[in-house]
Design a binder for this molecule. Structure first.
Ligand code: ADP
Ligand code: ADP
Length: 219
């Protein structure tokens, strides 16, 4: 059976870290709009060139660009088995468009929305020590260091620090989350599919909480 999930939570909450672990384990596609956008920026596509300025300043890329990017991604064959969304939706307009997309493409609804909750002080600490590889594997200099410095454990690619993880941009992104994305907590709560997760715990404990929210045996 195909299941569609959304991981909600502020920047630095651990969405990417958890999405990689969980999507591999349950065999659904991992869709990170941040990773898709960074790929477009790297390849200097029309979308990438348009998105870059918004990303560098910590603002959201306009809804219409994001919605059409996700519509194309969700049409690929791997999504027919289900998908775990990471960093999307981020506005009520995106959430409404996503509900409609799932309905039209798969006659499906979102099964569950785990919301990873982490206070702002911890987010800043996490984002300022984050390194990642071009394939979206995420590390932290202190909390989740790679075995060999600067090298991805998963794929051997070189790790880098994101331009938008500097402190001024991080503060802006947390503010944007509060204003534009946090309203989705009430949106999904009203739909009866929100599950709050304590994101201050260790990575494996957060994974266990998410599995329990999804009603999946994570062992
Ligand atoms: P998001 O995708 O929500 O922005 P990430 O998964 O990229 O978050 O995680 C942000 C940073 O915090 C990364 O450096 C990651 O290694 C680290 N991290 C993720 N989960 C935890 C955790 N439970 N405890 C400590 N650090 C974490
Ligand atoms: P994080 O989880 O650390 O906030 P992401 O990798 O999800 O970062 O996103 C990085 C940037 O890409 C965001 O600050 C924003 O500019 C853009 N972005 C990603 N997803 C979306 C989205 N769904 N809507 C609008 N902008 C997005």
């Amino acid at each position: 059976m195909a299941n569609y999930y959304v991981l909600l939570g502020p920047p630095g909450a651990g969405k990417g870290t958890q999405a990689k672990l969980i999507s591999e384990k349950i065999g659904v596609a991992h869709i990170s709009t941040g990773d898709l956008l960074r790929e477009n920026v790297k390849n200097r596509t029309v979308l990438g060139l348009e998105a870059q300025g918004y990303m560098n300043s910590g603002r959201l890329v306009p809804d219409d660009l994001i919605i059409s990017m996700v519509r194309e991604r969700i049409a690929l064959p791997d999504c027919s088995k289900g998908a775990l969304m990471d960093g999307f939706p981020r506005t009520v307009a995106q959430a409404e468009a996503f509900d409609k997309m799932l309905q039209d493409a798969f006659n499906a609804k979102i099964a569950c929305v785990p919301c990873i909750e982490v206070p702002a002080v911890l987010l800043i600490e996490r984002l300022s020590g984050r390194t990642m590889c071009p394939n979206g594997h995420v590390f932290h200099q202190v909390f989740n260091p790679p075995a060999a410095e600067g090298v991805c454990d998963e794929c051997g690619a070189a790790l880098y620090q994101r331009d938008d993880d500097k402190v001024e941009t991080v503060t802006k992104r947390i503010e944007v989350y509060e204003n534009q994305t946090a309203p989705l907590i009430a949106y999904y709560d009203q739909a009866g599919i929100l599950a709050r997760v304590d994101g201050t715990q260790q990575i494996d404990s957060v994974t266990a909480q998410i599995f329990s929210a999804l009603g999946i045996d994570g062992a």
